[in-house]
Design a protein around this ligand. Structure first.
Ligand code: 6PG
Length: 473
């Protein structure tokens, strides 16, 4: 039996409810199901009459949608998604499409795609970014799975997606886990950008003694130029917000302990497996992990004294220096994230088009920024000219931008080190930049040590071949 709804959404939490409202507003009829049946009924009865259909169980949900049914699952990543799929499988018909739009681990998506297809169902893993606001008014959507299956649901996703100059920020990026991997890499970049913004905030707060609203002003100013991006924009706004209870800036009453749901960590682990250095993400993860160890931080502060000190060098143009450092750090974070996607794409035979990725990220998602527009153009240009897959950092206009930012970038990291202002992501970006362009590295010393204690052998600079040994005795 088949109902009149165009699509189903399971899970009407923050993302699910807003996506449902977005779809209804765009003209789709959406059947809804959530464990919280009352909340689902309320959502359907208070919005877009006739467009949202609340159902009380999965049977009812499946019956409410016209076959072939696209069924979007918005559940917390992990076991719950498997259980949900297990419950849906006996209810759906051939041709129905299960769509996981949560932040699932791409390995799970690869397995679920195989299992669903073996059971005769279609499966898509579509990463969605943009938070509540994005889901409601236009998120970015990164799809993985069979191209033919995506083509069947693309019109509805393209309709609700964010638009960049009319271009919908929803695209198919490759088979099985490609969409969820690109979303994870997006989150990796998101972690890195958030951390680097927080580091600039910390230098201004602890190094220059600036107040939250004063720092907010600086971010608002940055947001008008090359640093124009969603995260700098919301940081400026957050710094100006006032806590109603105390009258203090809201950021000043927020405990300095950052949470994480796992995507950043998965991305870093995967990057290590693939041998791709994503140092800015790793720096951001270190920042979050140490933030969580508050008691230890307080104990060590009592033991050694606080690390941060006021910056005494009055000749520094701190705001300009930080701005340039953040530009360089951002370019490196995006470069590392795109390089990671490229490596994962090759390892998994996804054939992900990096131009499409950069284009999809230009609007709707958390890492949207002016720089991404330039990145998409630079990547596209190379495809047009048939160039090799050069890392982003080797292309104009980024070469010019990195050269301009260079003195301020290292000035920032050096100043931070002198005055005890922690910058794990910015320093990791700078170290990557320096190491990545060092023609003669220090790895010969590593090879000498490996050969000394383990006879692991080395290559020589003056002869072809491998397996040479030193006369260490
Ligand atoms: C997005 C965000 C979102 C993210 C959460 C939680 O693109 O909309 O990336 O999907 O997963 O904001 O992230 P953490 O809890 O890991 O910080």
């Amino acid at each position: 039996m088949s109902g009149q709804a165009d699509i189903a959404i399971i899970g009407v939490g923050v993302m699910g409810s807003n996506l449902a409202l977005n779809m209804a507003e765009q003209g789709a009829t959406v059947a809804l199901y959530d464990l919280d049946v009352e909340k689902t009924r309320k959502l359907a009865s208070e919005n877009f009459p006739g467009k949202l259909i609340a159902t009380a169980d999965l049977n009812e949900l499946v019956a409410a949608v016209r076959a072939p049914r696209p069924i979007i699952m918005l559940a917390p990543a992990g076991k719950i998604v498997d259980e949900l799929i297990g419950s849906l499988m006996p209810l759906i018909e051939k041709g129905d499409i299960l769509i996981d739009s949560g932040n699932s681990d791409f390995h799970d998506t690869q397995r679920r795609t195989r299992e669903a297809e073996a059971a005769g169902a279609a499966f898509l893993g579509i990463g969605i970014s943009g938070g509540a606001e994005g889901a409601r008014h236009g998120p970015a959507m990164m799809a993985g799975g069979s191209r033919g299956v995506w083509d069947r649901v693309a019109p509805v996703f393209e309709k609700v997606a964010a638009k960049y100059n009319g271009f919908p920020c929803a695209a198919w990026l490759g088979s099985d886990g490609a969409g969820h991997f690109v979303k994870a890499a997006h989150n990796g970049i998101e972690y890195a950008l958030m951390q680097m913004i927080a580091e600039c905030y910390g230098i201004m707060r602890d190094g220059a003694g600036m107040s939250a609203p004063e720092i907010g002003e600086v971010f608002a100013e940055w947001n008008k130029g090359a640093l124009d991006c969603y995260l700098v924009d919301i940081s400026a706004k957050a710094l100006k917000a006032v806590d109603k209870e105390t009258g203090k800036p809201t950021v000043d009453i927020i405990l300095d302990r950052a949470g994480q749901k796992g995507t950043g960590l998965w991305t870093a682990v995967e990057a290590q497996q693939l041998g791709v250095p994503v140092t800015t993400l790793e720096g951001a993860l270190i920042g979050r992990s140490l933030s969580a160890r508050r008691d230890q931080r307080l104990g060590l502060e009592r033991l050694y004294g606080p690390a941060p000190h006021k910056i005494m060098d009055e000749s520094l143009d701190l705001k300009t220096m930080l701005r340039e450092a953040l530009i360089a750090g951002k370019i490196i974070a995006y470069s590392q994230g795109l390089a990671l996607i490229d490596a994962a794409s090759k390892a998994n035979d996804w054939n992900v088009n990096l131009v499409e990725v950069a284009k999809v990220w230009r609007a709707g998602c958390i890492i949207r920024s002016r720089l991404l527009g330039q990145m998409a153009t630079a990547l596209e240009l190379e495809r047009v000219t048939g160039g090799s897959a050069m890392p982003l950092i080797m292309r104009e206009p980024f070469i010019g931008m990195m050269k301009t930012a260079d003195p301020a970038f290292r000035g920032t990291v050096a100043t931070a080190a002198v005055y005890g202002l922690p910058v794990p992501a910015l320093s990791a970006a700078l170290n990557w930049f320096d190491l990545a362009r060092t023609g003669r590295s220090t790895a010969n010393m590593i090879q000498a040590q490996r050969d000394f204690f383990g006879s692991h052998g080395f290559e020589r600079t003056d002869q072809e071949g491998t397996g040479f040994h030193g006369d260490w005795a």
